[in-house]
Design a protein around this ligand. Structure first.
Ligand code: SAM
Length: 231
């Protein structure tokens, strides 16, 4: 992967960035995503935020190598603190982290979201944390997609401001993904259900305390509810 050729995962994230947005990529590592967007003329201006020195230096190096310093500002900062009011950021991308970490980054500095119209979020795991954050913070899922690359499955969620209550199943698997039910979605949840069955088997062997019995019931309900999706 480089600034010319992104992974399928990051290219999918990039495709959701609106044309001519001012984009902030948080947790930018090599800054491949902002470099790719600027080089293609998709956006004119971008911020690359990184909290760890090594990846921050890689991002600086990449931007210099591509001669994009006038269009991409790289900042060593924690989460949304990489965004300054004067930047006029309209879209944020956060990719390649767990859902709970992405949600905690969004929660840590909500004032930095002023003026932001779209969030493009790619959690590696636990996308539910992002959907819960969206409901609690008046963001609606305007699109979501699920892809497979190199044997790994990724969800990409696109949020804009709006009120969208979601039920438990929609929070877990995604309101749009559960309607579309593509092959990757079926693969992901078939695998998850297998894992849950293993957990159930383990719990059967444990001492049947009230807590274990309750947990088994909850897990069985979850399995039954997800199974329903495929009937
Ligand atoms: N976004 C790139 C991608 O999707 O390929 C890089 C993903 S890498 C696995 C996650 C990056 O996020 C790391 O470079 C890490 O240092 C950075 N990161 C983690 N927490 C962060 C935070 N609170 N603020 C900024 N960057 C963060």
């Amino acid at each position: 992967m480089n600034a010319q050729k992104l992974s399928k995962r990051l290219a999918t994230v990039a495709a959701y960035v609106p044309q001519n947005a001012v984009v902030a990529d948080i947790g930018s590592d090599h800054a491949y995503l902002p470099c790719y967007l600027v080089k293609r003329g998709h956006v004119q201006k971008a911020i690359a935020g990184e909290v760890v020195k090594g990846p921050y230096e890689s991002a600086c190096h990449e931007v210099q190598k591509e001669l994009l310093q006038s269009q991409i500002t790289v900042r060593l900062a924690n989460g949304l603190l990489a965004i300054e009011k004067e930047d006029g950021v309209t879209a944020i991308t956060i990719a390649g982290m767990g859902g709970p970490l992405i949600a905690s980054i969004l929660n840590a500095a909500p004032e930095r979201l002023a003026g932001v119209e779209r969030l493009i979020l790619q959690p590696n795991i636990h996308a539910i944390a992002i959907r819960e954050w969206a409901v609690a913070n008046n963001f609606a899922i305007i699109d979501e997609t699920i892809i497979e690359e190199d044997g790994k499955i990724y969800e990409i969620l696109v949020l804009e401001r709006g009120h969208q209550p979601l039920n438990e199943m929609e929070l877990l698997v995604g309101p749009k993904l559960m309607l579309e039910k593509n092959d990757v979605f079926v693969k992901k949840w078939t695998h998850e259900m297998k894992q849950w069955h293993h957990v159930l088997e383990h719990m059967e062997k444990a001492e049947q305390t009230t807590e274990i019995i309750q947990k088994k019931q909850q897990l069985q309900q979850k399995i039954d509810a997800v199974k329903e999706l495929f009937i």
